[in-house]
Design a binder for this molecule. Sequence first.
Ligand code: PEP
Ligand code: MG
Length: 567
Amino acid sequence: MKGIATSEGYGIGRVMLVTEPNLDFTPKADCDAEHELERYRSAVEKFCIKTEKMAERVKLAASEKEAEIIQGHILMIKDPYMSGEIEKLIEGGQCAESALSSVCDMFAMVFSSTDDELTQQRAADVNDIKNDILSILLGVEEADISDAPENTVLVTKDLTPSMTARINKSNIAGIVTETGGRTSHSAILARAMGIPAVHSVPGAAEKLADGETVIVDGSEGIVIPNPTQKQIDEYTRLRADFIEYRKALSKYIGKETRTADGIKAELAVNIGKPDEANNAIECDGEGIGLFRTEFLFMDRPAQPNEDEQFEAYKKAALIMKGKPVIIRTLDVGGDKGIAYLKMPKEENPFLGFRAIRYCLKNTDLYKTQLRALLRASAYGDIRIMVPFVTCVDEIRAVRAMVSEIMAELDKEGIAYNKDIKIGIMIETAAACIIADILAKESDFFSIGTNDLTQYIMSVDRGNADAAYLYSTYNPAVLRAIKHIISCGHAGGIPVGMCGEAAADLKMIPLLISFGLDEYSVSAASVLATRKAISQWTKKEADNLAEKAISLETDAEVERLLSDSVKR
Ligand code: PEP
Ligand code: MG
């Protein structure tokens, strides 16, 4: 089976199918009340045991507070009023599914119609409880990824960010999905965790059976169901060679990142959780070039409060011991939905109300994040990065909010870095075109090629049918990158890149030639990127770039760059 190679390496293991449970049911009246009551009570019991187990795991992996939120679900369903109402309806002849749904829906409606934000968030909790118990009643429970046994290959239609957040990387041998590509968030996380992955494998979830042995070749984008012994031997050898190759790169640990003729570049790491800063240190990253804070907001019933966020940002800053930590403010929307934020359903979510647009309209949420960031800036070199900017007013609005919060902190006598740098991601066509204007109001740029390619080429980054247009090698994208870097430099600010292209060995000579100052890549790619940068002189890179920029199609560019990669 063929798909898109999204995370290098080779995995051999047993399939775990992860399917979204179908919670549809036909309501029944005049049921046997005793039987339905028994079904309901045993489902609640099972739910409580499962939830208690999950809270235990969360306590170990995250924090006591998050565990308490989960335990709160048990208290809620056991609340005499709520359970009393459900049982009353069952005694009146309704089936367990109907009684549970109508009472939970009623509670959710009451909670969400209050003015108090905390009470409103309880509506999301009630919904979670309802779905969990319904899936038990209907016998369609979702496999628990966090409990997967060793050597599991996850197979799913679409691996959502919240599913990915539950992965225990030491047990997952590979990931196979039916949708998505190299820049899908599940692919980015798979690379960060060093798990081989293949995306966009048509029909994978139907064709692969739970428990069957499968090989995942994340380097070539191949999935082999029921492999022969010969194939298992071959891939076991490939896996050993790959581990050797990774080891050979270790000679680049402790070296500065410089071109062959000595031009210095920064080599930073992309992370999604504060603990991942430890991976950045382990792989000798020189800073954090992108902390995607949306992962702090996912897989939980309500948004993290100011103190929780402060602790998370402070933790990353302390781990990095004074090295730069670029923290991107909440980039929600597009393929990164967060249920409790109740973002409106949109026709075109990638062009709609997302990221900074959402934050500037939800000022309480954004101020909480900016305050947490400013407070954490007292503990290291934290820099704020604004995603998805399309016009200069957006940076001005952020700066105004930051100044307001600084004045508050001054009044409260709370420490923060008064010279904190505020930069922006350049990832929309508009931001690229007006990069000269934006450079005057930003302390730095970071090019998000994952989205920049999408918005320059007008192509959805996850759409398999239009994937032929989604290429960083396209002359339009190359010119955009070159233009952004030169506008940044003309405006006197440094320009980095935190999209996946920064770690693409084919792109690196072009980025050297264009003068990129900072490369921010996944932890697993740091050493290979440092090696590739060290293999080129500026002059060699300029010669190649001159040829590449004169070509007319992405295929020609890719062929030229492919042939030029140094081994
Ligand atoms: C990008 O768009 O290149 C980027 C780094 O951001 P994200 O992948 O999180 O959208
Ligand atoms: Mg982006």
